[in-house]
Design a protein around this ligand. Structure first.
Ligand SMILES: NC(=O)C1=CN([C@@H]2O[C@H](COP(=O)(O)OP(=O)(O)OC[C@H]3O[C@@H](n4cnc5c(N)ncnc54)[C@H](OP(=O)(O)O)[C@@H]3O)[C@@H](O)[C@H]2O)C=CC1
Ligand SMILES: O=C(O)C1=N[C@H](C(=O)O)C[C@H](O)C1
Length: 280
C-alpha cells in the first residue's frame, strides 16, 4: 500500500491514474491498487458531468478515505503519473491513448468493443506509449487461450467444430465479449486461419448448415454474471468443453495492476496480457 496516495511526493511506487474510477472496474482497480505493493493511486478520473466528481475514490470503492478526489481533468493527472488503468469506453480509450502517448507513460487498456479504426489509433499511440491491451486481464483466461490454441491445432477442422459461448451481466453493452474474441483469435491461430474471415457472430432464421472450419459465437446477457466463457470443440460422438468462470472483478483488476508494473520502463509498443504473463 502507498504511503503517498494521490500526492506529488516522490515515491518509488508506481503512480497510477484510474480513469472511469466510479465504474464497476474502476472501483475494483482502486481496491486492487490499495493491496498491491509497488503501486499507488495517483489520480481518479470521471466524466465532466459525473455525479461522483469531488468524492474520495477510496471511500467510493469501499476502502475508506485515500485522499484522492475524483476529478474530470485527465491531462495534469497523466503529466504527474507513471501509468493509466483504463476500463471505460472505446471512444474514451482512444482519447486517453493519445494523452498517454503525449505523457510517455504506460497505458493498460481493458476496454472492450473497440472497432478496427479504434484499434488502429491505439496502435498509433503505442509508438510513444507502452500499451498493454487485452480483452481479459485474468491469469485464468489467458491460460485458457493457450489451451484453446493447442486444442484447435490438435483437432482437425473437418472433425471438430468450434463454438464460443459467453454470458455476462445485464449492464454489458458489447457483444461478443472481448474475451470471446480473444479466445476466437486463439482458436483461429491454432487452426492457422484468419478469425474475421471465418467467424459466425450470430445465427437467426434459416441459416443453412454449418460451414466447415468456421468459428461460431453466442452471447447471453442477464443478472449479475461477472463473466462466463466456454469454448466447445464438437466432434461426431464426442465434445470437449474448455471453460472459465469469473467470480469476482478483482481478478481483472489485479491483472491490470500487474500489467502496469510490468510495463514500467518497457520500451513503447503494443503488448498483450500473454506478454505480461510470459505465455506468448
Ligand atoms: N479486459 C478485462 O479484463 C475487462 C474488461 N472490461 C471492460 O471494461 C469496460 C468497463 O466496464 P465496467 O467497469 O463494467 O463499466 P462501467 O460502465 O461500470 O464503468 C465505466 C466507467 O468509465 C466512465 N467513463 C467513460 N468515459 C469516460 C471518460 N471519457 N472519462 C472518465 N470516465 C469515463 C463511465 O462513466 P459514465 O457512466 O458517466 O459513462 C463509468 O463510470 C467495458 O468495456 C468492459 O467490457 C470489464 C471487465 C474486465
Ligand atoms: O464487461 C464485462 O463485465 C467484462 N468484459 C470483458 C469482456 O468483454 O470479455 C471481460 C470480462 O468478461 C468482464
Amino acid at each position: 500500500m502507498s504511503d503517498t496516495p494521490g500526492s506529488d511526493t516522490p515515491s518509488g511506487d508506481m503512480g497510477l491514474v484510474v480513469v472511469g474510477a466510479a465504474g464497476r472496474m474502476g472501483q475494483a482497480l482502486i481496491r486492487a491498487i490499495h493491496t498491491i505493493p509497488g503501486a499507488r493511486v495517483a489520480a481518479a478520473i470521471e466524466r465532466a458531468d459525473s455525479p461522483h466528481l469531488g468524492k474520495d475514490a477510496g471511500e467510493l470503492a469501499g476502502i475508506g478515505i485515500i485522499n484522492v478526489p475524483i476529478s474530470d481533468d485527465p491531462l495534469p493527472a497523466f503529466a504527474k503519473a507513471d501509468g493509466v488503468l483504463d476500463f471505460t469506453t472505446p471512444a474514451s480509450t482512444v482519447e486517453f491513448a493519445g494523452y498517454a502517448a503525449q505523457a510517455r507513460i504506460a497505458h493498460v487498456i481493458g476496454t472492450t468493443g473497440c472497432s478496427v479504426e479504434d484499434n488502429a489509433r491505439i496502435a498509433a499511440a503505442a509508438r510513444h506509449a507502452t500499451i498493454v491491451k487485452s480483452g481479459n486481464m485474468s491469469l485464468g483466461v489467458n491460460l485458457l487461450a493457450v489451451l484453446v490454441e493447442q486444442a484447435a491445432r490438435a483437432l482437425d477442422a473437418d472433425d471438430f467444430d468450434i463454438e464460443i459461448l459467453e454470458m455476462h451481466h445485464r449492464h454489458k453493452v458489447d457483444a461478443p465479449s472481448g474475451t470471446a474474441l480473444l479466445l476466437g483469435e486463439a482458436a483461429a491461430a491454432g487452426r492457422g486461419i484468419d478469425l474475421d474471415g471465418n467467424s459466425v457472430r450470430s445465427r437467426d432464421g434459416h441459416t443453412g448448415v454449418r460451414k466447415t472450419g468456421s468459428i461460431g459465437f453466442a452471447a447471453l446477457r442477464g443478472g449479475s454474471v461477472v463473466g462466463d466463457h466456454s469454448v466447445v470443440l464438437a466432434g461426431t460422438g464426442e465434445r470437449i468443453t474448455l471453460a472459465h468462470h469469473a467470480e469476482d472483478r478483482a481478478i481483472f483488476a489485479r491483472g491490470a495492476v500487474k500489467a502496469a508494473l510490468w510495463a514500467r520502463g518497457k520500451k513503447p509498443g503494443l503488448y498483450s496480457m500473454r506478454d505480461v504473463l510470459g505465455l506468448s
